[in-house]
Each structure stands twice: as structure tokens, then as C-alpha cells.
Design a binder for this molecule. Structure first.
Ligand code: MN
Ligand code: MG
Length: 629
């Protein structure tokens, strides 16, 4: 750096201002509609985001629109496309059709792109009129990342005519490189084993970014379907944005996957993370939330340097997409997505049966709930005949489930709440929102106990006699709090956790699980059980090591949700018993606080002998409740 300004420094140099618009984790939210509740969802959907995108294009000469992955899966429309072969306009997947219509410049693959299988993904991508890049997802690995046989292009250079600050039009070479969590090979093992393999994000970046630069990119933007996680690099880490920001040659990063927004007040507090300008290690980073409710913006300034145009400044921001109820959704987007939307509405309203039980999960983090029991029974039933004919016939069959659609980052309305009465197809989607399939594993009593010990990491350690401590560990999402139906047990929260939420054994002497029994008899460490769980967990999802290494006995071809539909259809009046599976060990005089949705207030009678009282309104539309342990 030159300490004394020379004459040329004082003359305003021509600049290029480039505005990158980014979406991430849209999950087929094309139309502003919530198919789970069958009513308009004014805060979601690309048809509203489209208005903001078009307005920005009208105001700024140099813009780019990119998507950061998880665009093909995530709502009843996406399931209908995959399961029933529904096609949008011109036989194109409606998500791809909408992205074509909006004129996306590029995209990358998220983990959920693989949920419906590789053939489904590749044929959907055939219709994309924009490149998809991913530098760490390969068909086969070479000795060097650059020798990998990639699934899609690792990177592209788009040449775009841009306007300089002096009004000149000239070509800018924009390099785009993509990354996905390496864990996809575990999470969708059944689809990907032997067909797709992955590399560490940072390892792939270090090999490919210099090549991208050498090929002539003036600016390099990483589309990273990964979150802002640990500062230090670990091989194959899931959320690798901070280490990625240290790879030389990357000018900006679009992040995602965790469904968070960045920059923002709730960003990770670390010296190298600037939650105001959005720079991490000086590199502008944006994470645009999820379901197209937010648009990410990165503004880059380029100036002419000795080697061509160079990024000399940048910042990022996240804009909330507010639907103006006076304005209809973007008509061009609705024209592309309209047919799939109508078909989805017709589909989700199909009757499937009757429930005698109220199916809600507002208290799933503190009590046994009917939806968990229902899912456990449905996935056990679908595999029961095959288990009975397997070499493990005769072993007790258990069923492990966690609460999905249970608050968390998706908000205070994100709960299952199906009243007793007629059930339609959308209720099955509400009861189970992932396209997982049931899998049967063989485990020992010792492994079962450790599985539950890791689940118990969902709770903070509570001092006996303390008042109003926080109960729930925010690092553990509900979908990783597994309950094993078929056993009975208690959690002693006065004890420290044995595992951290990532599955690392942190205290070999710690035990929270008490009174672990099967049919009233204590579970012996060497006893053997068949456990039905979902394909995500069986593949190692959530870091449950004892589950990942368990012997796979059977995998269902029927999805968990279809198993639920079949069970409901088979019953005249589905009645779900609220069996006591787990409980907290009593701690007299001790109270704890937890959050649930305001809808919980209507179900305070569902708790049996458990004493829970509403305390008042909590953050972000949630309510605070007090549990007497
Ligand atoms: Mn996602
Ligand atoms: Mg993701």
C-alpha cells in the first residue's frame, strides 16, 4: 500500500458497481401460499420476491440473480411433482420454470436437491436456462480435486455487459463457484451410494478458485449452501462459510442451509464477523433466510487495477420481502406456477380418513404427544411384515421419532395442529414434512441408551431447586430430539449431558437416562432390538454415531408420509393412545421455562398430571411457559 497519495489516487477512477441478488432455501415456495394450513402465506413465495427483483433491476444497471440451493424440495407441491409426476408449464418442474421466468443467472445444489433421487434431479436440471455449479459434489474423486469427475460444472464464468460510473459499457467476467454440505452422501445414502461422492468445501475451493481466477474471472462469487458455523476449519464440516472466507480469491459469498439471515443482529458474534456490513474476514457474505421471505443483496465495487478489474469494496444486506396485499403476486410467475398450484390445492384437499384424536405437538419438547406416537406407529407398521420375515424375526421392534414442524427458526406458527375430525392429505404433510423413508436397524441395549443420552442433549443441565432456568438447549433442533417408542425411560436433568448436540462424547461418566425399560423390564446392555427410524437418521443425520454404524436390516420403498396416509386410510376412526414413553425425573421445587407457539394456549388440558403454566408473550411471537419439574 502506498502511504502518500499520488495524483492518480486523487482523481476519481472509473468504477463498476455490481449488485448481486440472492435467494436460498426457497424449498419450492413459488406461490405465496401455505399448503400445510391451506391458506395464503403472505410472507413466502417467489411471486412476491419477483416484485422486489424487478424493481432492483429497474433501478440498477448491473445486477445478477443467483440461487443458493434447496430449490427442488420442501412443500406439498414439490412432493406432488416427485411422486405423481406433476409437471408445470411445458413439462418443466415448476420451480425451474419460475427460476427461468425470473431470469436467474446461476444456481448451486443444496442438500435437499438429492431427496428425490439423482435421476429426478438431473432431469429437472435439464430444463434450467441458467448454469448450476457445484465444485465439491462429484461422480468420482480423483487424486486432486481438479481431477474429480464433477456431477455438474464446478464453476462458470458469465460475461455480462456492465455500465461503468462514466457510462461506458464493457464486458465483465463474473466467476461463480458452488458448494454443498459434504454430508449429502450420508443424508441421502440410499439415492447416492455408488453414484455421488463429495469433498470438503474448503479443500475444493482451494483447488478450483485459482483455476477460476486463472481462466480470467474479474470477480469470484461463491454460492455456498452451507452456514456460518465454526471459525476453525475441520475436514468435511457442514457449515464452512467462515473458513471459506479465508480462501484467497473469493470476493463474495452467498451462504444458506441453516435458514438464518445474515447480516443481522442475531449473527454469530466473532471478531471476524461484522453483523452490520455483513463482512466475514473482510469478504461480503449474505444469507437470505428461507422460503423466499427475504432477498439477499451484495453490493460490490470494482476498480481498474494493474491486472484488470478488481473488487475494492463491498457490503451486504438482507431485505424482508413484504407482500403488499394491495398488489397481487407477480402475474408472470403466477402464470408459470399457476397450474402446479391448482393441482396442489386439489391434491392436499383429498379426504383420507377421520381422527378421533386431536393431533398437536405444541408440548413435544416436554411431554409425549399424539403426532409422535402416530408417526412411530405408521413407520413401524409399514416395515413390520418384512421384519417378521427377516433373519431378525422375534426381536422386539421399537420405533424412533422426533418432532418435525415444531417451532424453532421457522417461527411460532410452525407447529402441527390438526383438530379431531376429517383428515385430508395436507394433514399427512403437516404430520411429516420430509420426504424420508422408514429404515429398520439392529441395535444393542447399550447403543439404545447412548442414542437417548444424545437426545437428552436437547436439555440444559438444571440445578435442583432452581427457579425458571431455560430448559431447552438452543443448539439442538427438535428434529434431533429422538423419542424411542416401545421403551419407557426418564431424563435426570440434574446430570450433565453425555454428548454435545453434534454427537461428540463430552463426559463418559455422565448419565441422564434413568429407568430404561422394555415391557417393564430393564434393558440389558447386550439385549438386541430392531428399531425403525427414518432414512436421514439411519444415514448418520444429526451425528448419531451409534445409529449410523448400526446394521441396516431393511429400508422401506414407501415414504414415511405415505405410510402415515396408509395407516389413516386403514382405520375407520384413528385413535392415537397417549402412552407415557418418556418423562423428566422429578425435581421437587424446581421450575424451568420453555417457548411454544401461542396455539399451545388452547391445549393446556392435554398435559395430564404435568404442571405447565403460561407465563406470557415471549420473543418473535412465541409464548413462554413454565414447567414444574
Ligand atoms: Mn434448506
Ligand atoms: Mg440445506
Amino acid at each position: 500500500m502506498n502511504p502518500t497519495p499520488s495524483l492518480t489516487d486523487l482523481v476519481a477512477l472509473p468504477q463498476i458497481r455490481l449488485r448481486v441478488m440472492a435467494t436460498s432455501d426457497v424449498h419450492v415456495h413459488l406461490v405465496p401460499y401455505d399448503y400445510y394450513s391451506d391458506r395464503p402465506g403472505q410472507t413466502v413465495g417467489l411471486a412476491h420476491t419477483a416484485r422486489m427483483i424487478r424493481a432492483i433491476r429497474a433501478e440498477h444497471s448491473n445486477t445478477l440473480l443467483v440461487d443458493n440451493g434447496d430449490f427442488l424440495q420442501g412443500n406439498p407441491m414439490s412432493d406432488l411433482v416427485a411422486d405423481q409426476g406433476l409437471k408445470g408449464q411445458n413439462g418443466i418442474h415448476p420451480a425451474i420454470g419460475v427460476m427461468n421466468e425470473l431470469g436467474y443467472d446461476a444456481g448451486t445444489l443444496g442438500n435437499h436437491e438429492f431427496n428425490y433421487g439423482l435421476d429426478f434431479l438431473m432431469s429437472a436440471l435439464d430444463h434450467a436456462r441458467f448454469p448450476i455449479v457445484s465444485a465439491n459434489v462429484a461422480r468420482t474423486l480423483g487424486t486432486d480435486p481438479k481431477d474429480d469427475q464433477m456431477l455438474v460444472l464446478p464453476w462458470v464464468i458469465l460475461t455480462r455487459d456492465v455500465k461503468t460510473s462514466e457510462g461506458a459499457i464493457l464486458p465483465l467476467r463474473i466467476g461463480l463457484i458452488g458448494f454443498a454440505p459434504p454430508q449429502i452422501v450420508n443424508w441421502d445414502k440410499a439415492h447416492l451410494e455408488g453414484r455421488v461422492t463429495t469433498r470438503d468445501i474448503v479443500e475444493a475451493a482451494k483447488a478450483h478458485v485459482p483455476a477460476l481466477r486463472a481462466t480470467g474471472a474479474d470477480v469470484v462469487i461463491a454460492l455456498c449452501h452451507s452456514g456460518i458455523g465454526a471459525v476453525a476449519h475441520q475436514m468435511r464440516m457442514e457449515n464452512a462459510v467462515i473458513p471459506l472466507s479465508r480462501v484467497p480469491g473469493i470476493d463474495a459469498i452467498v451462504a444458506g442451509h441453516t435458514h438464518m439471515a445474515f447480516p443481522g443482529a442475531d449473527a454469530t458474534v466473532d471478531a471476524m464477523v461484522d453483523p452490520v456490513t455483513g463482512r466475514i474476514n473482510g469478504v461480503p457474505v449474505v444469507m437470505p433466510g428461507f422460503h423466499a421471505s427475504k432477498l439477499g443483496l451484495i453490493d460490490l465495487i470494482l476498480e481498474q487495477g494493474p491486472d484488470g478489474w478488481q473488487v475494492t469494496g463491498g457490503k451486504s444486506e438482507v431485505r424482508l420481502v413484504r407482500s403488499d396485499t394491495a398488489l397481487p403476486p407477480d402475474p408472470a410467475i403466477m402464470a408459470v406456477a399457476g397450474f402446479a398450484h391448482e393441482q396442489t390445492l386439489e391434491h392436499i384437499r383429498k379426504p383420507i380418513g377421520q381422527s378421533a384424536t386431536n393431533l398437536q405437538n405444541y408440548f413435544a419438547r416436554v411431554a409425549n404427544t399424539a403426532p409422535n406416537r402416530l408417526v412411530a406407529e405408521a413407520q413401524r407398521l409399514i416395515l413390520a411384515p418384512a421384519i417378521a420375515e427377516s433373519e431378525q424375526a422375534g426381536l422386539p421392534v421399537l420405533s424412533a421419532v422426533s418432532a418435525t414442524r415444531c417451532g424453532g427458526i421457522a417461527g411460532a406458527d410452525n407447529y402441527i395442529d390438526v383438530p379431531a375430525g376429517p383428515l385430508v392429505l395436507r394433514n399427512a404433510a403437516e404430520l411429516y414434512q420430509y420426504p424420508n423413508t422408514p429404515c429398520a436397524l439392529v441395535l444393542t441395549g447399550e447403543d439404545l441408551r447412548d442414542w437417548l443420552e444424545q437426545s437428552a442433549g436437547a436439555f440444559c443441565t438444571i440445578t435442583p431447586g432452581s427457579r425458571d432456568a431455560q430448559l431447552l438447549n438452543p443448539a439442538m433442533p427438535s428434529y434431533n430430539f429422538d423419542i424411542i417408542d416401545g421403551l419407557t425411560y426418564a431424563f435426570d436433568l440434574s446430570q450433565p449431558p453425555r454428548f454435545d448436540p453434534g454427537g461428540t462424547l463430552i463426559d463418559p461418566d455422565a448419565h441422564r437416562v434413568m429407568d430404561l425399560c422394555h415391557n417393564g423390564t430393564p434393558v440389558a446392555p447386550n439385549a438386541r432390538f430392531v428399531v425403525v427410524t427414518n432414512s436421514y437418521r439411519a444415514g448418520g443425520g444429526g451425528g448419531f454415531e451409534m445409529v449410523a454404524r448400526a446394521k441396516l436390516l431393511l429400508a422401506s420403498r414407501v415414504s414415511t408420509r405415505d405410510a402415515i396416509v396408509r395407516m389413516i386410510r386403514a382405520e375407520d376412526h384413528l385413535a392415537v393412545p397417549t402412552t407415557q414413553i418418556w418423562r423428566f425425573a422429578p425435581m421437587p421445587g424446581t421450575t424451568v421455562l420453555f417457548l411454544s407457539g401461542p396455539g399451545a394456549l388452547a391445549h393446556m388440558d392435554s398435559l395430564g398430571d404435568r404442571v405447565i403454566e403460561p407465563v406470557g408473550e415471549g420473543p418473535d411471537g412465541f409464548w413462554t411457559f413454565r414447567l414444574h419439574l
